[in-house]
Design a binder for this molecule. Structure first.
Ligand code: NAD
Length: 288
């Protein structure tokens, strides 16, 4: 495929950015990939791994002359990063992000974007429980959604180019508004992560009673269900701090359902449990 961008600057070189670098390389989507990460150790690792053409020691150097800048740091770090790079952005450049929450990122980043530079927020619905520059791989985005949440007045040509990049990496692109994104993700990703973290905490409490048996005999259900609780704590702290309203709303609904099931168990109401599990099994089977 012909290069879509001439110089892509990746800021933050963890799972998502390293996967983008691998995918862009594999598909020839960028003529040059420049990377920057805050820690000298990460920069040294990326130089050794070689998935960027250049790794710079400052964010300013990385974005200089770039026609695409990708902010791939935890959500809470996006605003300060945008402020830092703003004076160094090239006229006409596109800035995007990959953060898991959209309204808070837009509110933090947009005030720093200079006139003549585009900003379109985005979120690839792809990830693993691993983090850091060694965890990336070229096929991470293949057949996964990449949601873009452009402002109403976003430049359609710039949007089409960003969409082409995401599609070039194998993703299916959908465009929606940021509040809708945050509500949908609170249901499908954010609250499930919170519940998984909680379940591991409960098991650990119990471990004090049953020694190491909870971990040793943890059944497939526990392992599948709690896999995502191995995810990066900084990233997830920021998700809950910045998608507060939507996650509290979904958590309230979840708690109501859980109490209803708790009551059914206490009352021995098998009918209620059976009906509930039949309905939710059908829904789950509809999800590929
Ligand atoms: P990661 O922990 O693998 O990498 C984050 C990188 O950012 C690290 O290299 C870290 O050192 C660097 N960093 C942190 N603060 C920084 C700062 N202030 N300036 C410069 N670099 C900084 O994380 P990741 O999984 O690649 O996540 C990056 C973004 O992508 C997050 O906003 C996250 O919400 C989003 N995201 C993650 C997933 C997932 O499943 N992991 C999926 C979709 C989107």
């Amino acid at each position: 495929m012909a290069a879509i961008y001439n110089r892509v600057a990746l800021i933050g070189l963890g799972l998502i950015a390293s996967s983008m670098a691998h995918a862009m390389r594999a598909e020839g989507l960028a003529a040059e990939i420049v990377g920057y990460a805050r820690s000298a150790e990460t920069r040294a690792t990326v130089r050794e791994l070689g998935f960027c053409d250049r790794v710079t020691d400052t964010a300013a150097e990385a974005v200089a002359g770039a026609d695409l800048v990708v902010l791939a740091v935890p959500v809470g770090a996006m605003g300060a990063l945008a402020e830092e790079i703003a004076p160094h952005l090239a006229p006409g450049a596109m800035v995007t992000d990959v953060g898991s929450v959209k309204q808070a990122v837009i509110a933090a980043v947009v005030p720093h974007i200079p006139a003549g530079v585009h900003f379109i927020a985005g979120h690839p619905l792809a990830g693993t429980e691993h983090s850091g520059p060694r965890s990336g791989f070229a096929t991470l985005f293949r057949n996964r959604w990449w949601l873009l949440t452009p402002a109403e007045d976003a430049d359609p040509v710039a949007l089409a180019r960003l969409r082409a990049l995401c599609e070039g990496m194998g993703a299916n692109v959908d465009v929606m508004d940021a509040p809708h994104h945050d509500l949908v993700l609170a249901v499908t990703s954010h609250t499930p992560h919170l519940i998984a973290y909680t379940m591991v905490g409960v098991a650990d409490d119990l471990r004090r009673v049953t020694d190491s048996e909870v971990i040793r005999y943890s059944a497939a259900g526990f392992r599948d269900f709690t896999r995502i609780a191995a995810s990066d704590p900084t990233m997830w702290r920021d998700v809950f701090l910045t998608n507060k309203e939507a996650t509290l709303d979904i958590l309230g609904r979840f708690t109501e359902e859980l109490f209803a099931l708790q009551r059914a168990i206490r009352l021995g109401d098998g009918d209620h449990l059976h009906k509930y599990f039949t309905r939710t099994r059908a829904i789950r089977r509809g999800i590929i």
